[in-house]
Design a binder for this molecule. Structure first.
Ligand code: G3H
Length: 254
């Protein structure tokens, strides 16, 4: 903690809490845009925060992305995580396998020595196939577990960067650009005011569930994500934010 004081991280945390109007911000040193290890530091900080808040028997819904992959990588076993069940927050969003919530959920649970359940729902489905799949008992059971989670952990992305990475079809891409999407989180795209301007159709956690989830942790850093974080946080007033100095200084400098 002395180290954090010396680096001025505590002041940054306090400034961000006030600017974003959220109860808790954790800032790690460095800028993950420039130094890849900073993402792991955010992962480490997120893991510590999860362990502080989780209780045996809790269900944790885990989203996708490279930042969440770093959280999984930094996970370690802990008596607090005994009997914790990890589930993916949502079904497929068009990501490569290493960035999918299923993959990250399984990895995180293994590192935590906890349990996990996966969602086997393909990305591109017709409405009919979709409607019948969510009625399958095995899928339905996992969806119910997801909906009863006590914690959600997710990343925040810059909207166009995310849409490109997911090879979003041209029509949807045009919509995302035309409606000035600034942020993306668990398959929702938001403009700078925090309004939803596009949504990837998939099962699992929906935005309207979030206010009912006890602990929501968003993990996102790098100066390039400052605008996205600000936009998304308009929608998530009870979230905890784990970020880095790069993003934090970009806010304060504005
Ligand atoms: O779902 C993806 C996140 O919104 C951001 O992904 O952590 O790879 O930047 P990232």
């Amino acid at each position: 903690d002395l180290m954090r004081e010396a680096l001025g991280l505590k002041e940054l945390e306090a400034a961000l809490q006030e600017q974003l109007g959220i109860p808790r911000v954790i800032v790690v040193a460095g800028d993950s845009d420039r130094s890849p290890w900073v993402k792991k530091e955010m992962g480490r900080a997120c893991v510590a925060c999860m362990k502080e808040l989780l209780e045996p028997g809790d269900i944790v819904a885990v989203a996708g992305g490279t930042t969440m992959a770093a959280v999984a990588e930094m996970m370690t076993p802990d008596s607090k995580l005994r009997d914790v069940l990890f589930v993916p927050a949502r079904g497929g969003l068009g990501e490569d396998v290493e960035n999918q919530a299923n993959t990250i959920c399984a990895k995180m649970a293994e590192k935590a020595m906890g349990r996990y359940r996966l969602l086997h729902v393909p990305d591109q489905l017709s409405d009919e196939a979709y409607a019948s799949l969510v009625e399958e008992p095995a899928v339905k059971e996992v969806l119910e577990l997801i909906q009863s989670c006590r914690m959600v952990v997710h990343g925040i992305g810059e909207a166009v960067t995310m849409a490109k990475r997911r090879k979003t079809p041209p029509v949807e891409m045009e919509n995302i650009i035309a409606r000035h999407a600034a942020a993306e989180a668990f398959g929702y795209y938001f403009n700078e005011y925090g309004d939803v301007v596009h949504k990837v159709k998939t099962v699992g956690i929906q935005l309207e569930h979030l206010p009912h989830v006890e602990h929501v942790i968003a993990v996102a850093g790098g100066a390039s994500k400052a605008k996205a974080i600000r936009a998304y946080m308009k929608r998530a007033p009870h979230s905890i934010l784990v970020t880095d100095e790069g993003a934090a200084k970009a806010f304060v400098g504005e």
